[in-house]
Write a protein that binds this ligand. Structure first.
Ligand SMILES: [Zn+2]
Length: 344
């Protein structure tokens, strides 16, 4: 799935095209955090109890139903609480659209080497912020884009209610402290890997990788700040690649093409979210327009279909011929770090 910065740029790019009544400008930081969608649960690995399972559930199935439940319950809120909930829902909706449309590209080009997938996602962040905003990654102070205090209580309650309703029967319900921990750990992760000041954390990650618990290639979780080898990471040359989830299917789309496609789809989804929030459409319309298939970009299942297991969402095909040499690029980052810090 794309990484944290691209999810924010994407939400921004869609929302600025919406009608002013739906633009949610006053809650921009909440939208930015909401755009991280269920990825916040994946960063919840330090503070227990954790809610990691909700990262998996949301990425596997029923995202459309969760979105509909959020909208339905948001109608019970008023004033500032409604504004914040509406902003959260807009941002949350964008996450699924971008994941689904761009994930096959990431799988196809990252390949299966250890930590290459998250590393490639961060390379795409670097390339896309240059492409879309003409900005350099090293100047991005990511934590300042998020609400320092996390999510408002009314939004947290809304999310807990929607998730427990939709995934009732799919395991333990989400507890308030689990969601609190997930948001806390996610914000910590974004602070820790903040491109503007990540040097200390990178050195520490490098040191950990050298000790007895090492070899986890933690540097893959940081945005590469040094010059990357000049490769066509965005496939601007429209080279043919194999779609990983559909046997025999090929594409020559660039990442920018896919981003454009996601913007088109995202606009339709968010217009529907707005109409539902304004009471002009039933929330169920969101299940149809967003769908309940997984976010890998593989399958669509009916609204009342099953919660998918891991094996249902597995890969059908990988095309090894188009992978970037990410493992080697990572190795060179480690070699450079060893040269600069011979004491570690
Ligand atoms: Zn995701």
């Amino acid at each position: 799935m794309p990484s944290q910065i691209l999810h924010i740029l994407f939400a921004e790019d869609i929302i600025k095209q919406l009608r002013p009544a739906c633009a949610g400008v006053s809650v921009k930081k909440i939208i930015n955090l909401a755009a991280q969608g269920p990825d916040i649960f994946y960063h919840n690995q330090r503070t227990t109890p954790t809610a990691f399972r909700f990262g998996r559930l949301l990425h596997r199935s029923r995202y459309g139903s969760v979105l509909a439940a959020l909208v339905r319950h948001a109608h019970e809120l008023r004033g500032q609480a409604f504004e914040e909930a509406a902003g959260y829902i807009l941002g949350f909706a964008t996450h699924a659209v971008l994941d689904r449309i761009t994930h096959p590209y990431i799988v196809a080009f990252a390949g299966g080497c250890y930590q290459c997938h998250p590393f490639f996602e961060r390379i795409l962040d670097v390339c896309m912020i240059k492409e879309l905003r003409d900005a350099e990654i090293g100047r991005i102070d990511l934590p300042s884009w998020f609400p320092a205090e996390g999510l408002p209580e009314s939004v947290r309650n809304l999310l807990i209610r929607a998730l427990n309703e939709v995934y009732a029967g799919a395991g333990q319900p989400l507890l308030p402290e689990e969601l609190g921990n997930a948001v806390y750990d996610a914000l910590n992760f974004y602070r820790w890997t903040n491109p503007a000041v990540a040097e200390t954390a990178r050195v520490l990650a490098f040191k950990h990788d050298r000790d007895e618990n090492g070899g986890r290639r933690r540097l893959a979780l940081f945005h590469p700040l040094e010059d990357l080898p000049e490769l066509d990471y965005l496939n601007k040359e429209h080279k043919t690649w194999h779609r990983p989830f559909i046997q025999g299917a090929v594409s020559s789309e660039s990442f920018i093409d896919l981003y454009g496609k996601a913007l088109d789809k995202g606009r339709i989804v968010l217009e529907t979210v707005c109409a539902c929030l304004e009471g002009k459409k039933d929330a169920e319309a969101l299940e149809t327009v967003l769908g309940n298939g997984n976010l890998n970009g593989k399958i669509d299942i009916p609204v009342d279909g099953p919660v998918l297991s891991r094996k249902d969402t597995g890969l059908v095909h990988r095309g090894p011929e188009e992978h970037f040499p990410l493992s080697g690029i990572l190795d060179r980052m480690y070699e450079r770090m060893a040269e600069v810090h011979p004491e570690l």
